[in-house]
Ligand binder design. Structure first.
Ligand code: NAD
Length: 391
């Protein structure tokens, strides 16, 4: 267990060695790649040297939009990595849709390139294990793109839990969602099985799980009872399809827009979880962590946005009296690095210093296993044991 938490989120590199540049390539130049390049361009020790996208001309247009010149563009990750002798990439950001996470990460690791892989880790547990086998063989750094855990409030949640003030933790309720928020602004890559594989589960569910699992030290999931549905996504009258003139998306919708899971974790902890892209309520509830000495309430946001919806509240006893302690929400100050900046910087530091990945696969494997086993349990209609192949 100790190894899982070798990395401390509040580690900061004080002085950046600008004589040592990191040569970076970007695989997949869609929506999220914008956040990666914006943060890379703020770093004094990065050279963006290559990019790849399956859509011809997309990578070229992406670099032009960001004013980055002298970048070699390719029509797939494989084409780009085949040119590694010339490119001499130190690192790639894998910003492809979910189904292309595992193959792109494996290709890069096999070529000896460090990887910052967007979330969710993969679609299935088996794919995550394959990536970890490639990681082990390569000895390279692979970090998963969970920037919300670098948010000051999420670090506070972890610090409160790790301080021991809650005593022995035995029950956690977490999740979140949106009333109407199936992400189709740029087409259907989030909703078809061929590209996404997972819906709300993989898009925002993985974050809700990370908030609590990271705080409690990522215990192993043992069994899962899962449920998923797609009542909104498959309805041509879904309000956002109507508003954007795309009722045909209903026929393309092949993933979950709501999911829930009841998970037994190692150490006798119960995790009760639900997540939604669309639902007829504002929020499925605050995150709560119950322990023998205290309970923590983490107010939810109406729409998942990577932070918390208000002050944390600690419920405990002092001298036999039941009391509540308010832990004020922390807001970023102007000029503070964004969580994305921190995600990029911590990854670069790990690459340059050979230190552990900021968001290690050894943790996120359990996150992925929960998502995947919710799907598997939902498909068979009963509780199942969590099976993770040897790495
Ligand atoms: N961390 C975050 O806050 C955050 C936010 C949004 C999305 N994401 C994640 O980022 C990923 C991408 O999301 P998006 O919204 O940018 O999707 P997108 O569909 O806009 O872009 C993905 C791009 O990858 C390209 N691509 C796919 N396979 C490829 C390959 N083998 N080689 C080269 N290019 C390839 C596609 O052509 C497409 O242009 C998703 O997995 C999503 O979960 C993360």
């Amino acid at each position: 267990m100790a190894g899982l938490n070798a990395f401390e989120e509040n580690q900061e590199t004080k002085v950046i060695d600008t004589t040592k540049k990191v040569r970076v390539g970007i695989i997949g130049t869609g929506w999220i790649a914008d956040s990666h390049i914006i943060s890379y361009l703020k770093q004094p020790d990065v050279e963006i040297v290559a990019g790849a996208d399956l859509v011809p001309g997309k990578a070229e247009a992406f670099f032009k939009k960001h004013g980055v010149e002298n970048v070699k563009c390719y029509n797939s990750d494989e084409e780009m990595i085949a040119d590694q002798k010339n490119l001499k990439l130190d690192a790639v950001s894998v910003c492809t849709y979910n189904r292309q996470h595992a193959p792109c990460a494996i290709h890069a690791l096999n070529a000896g390139i460090n990887v910052l892989l967007e979330k969710p880790f993969t679609v299935t547990t088996e794919e995550a294990v394959e990536v970890m086998r490639a990681e082990k063989k390569s000895g390279k750094v692979i970090s998963i793109g969970f920037q919300p855990r670098l948010d000051a409030n999420m670090i506070m949640v972890k610090n409160v839990v790790q301080s021991g003030v809650l005593g022995q933790i035995y029950y956690i309720q977490t999740g979140g969602g949106r009333r109407r928020g199936i992400p189709t602004p740029f087409g259907t890559t989030f909703i078809t099985d061929e590209t996404a594989g997972l819906g709300a589960l993989g898009d925002i569910g993985c974050y809700s799980l990370d908030v609590v699992l990271n705080a409690i030290g990522y215990p192993k999931p043992l069994t899962v009872t899962g449920y998923k549905s797609a009542f909104f996504g498959t309805d041509p009258n879904y309000s956002n399809y109507v508003a954007t003139g795309h009722p045909e998306y209903a026929k393309k919708f092949e993933v979950d827009d709501f999911a829930a899971g009841f998970v037994r974790l190692e150490g006798g902890i119960i995790l009760d979880f639900r997540i939604a892209w669309a639902m007829n309520i504002n929020t499925p509830g605050d995150t709560i962590i119950l322990g023998t000495k205290g309970g923590l309430r983490i107010p939810s946001t109406d729409c998942w946005n990577g932070t918390i919806g208000g002050d944390l509240i600690l419920y405990h006893e002092v001298a036999g009296k039941q009391v509540e302690t308010k832990i004020p929400q922390i807001f970023p100050k102007p000029g503070d690095p964004t969580n994305f900046d921190k995600k990029i910087r911590t990854f670069l530091d790990a690459v340059k210093n050979g230190t552990p990945a900021p968001v290690p696969t050894s943790q996120i494997l359990y996150n992925q296993a929960i998502l995947d086993h919710i799907c598997k349990s939902s498909n068979v209609g009963h509780e199942i044991p969590v099976v993770i192949p040897e790495i």
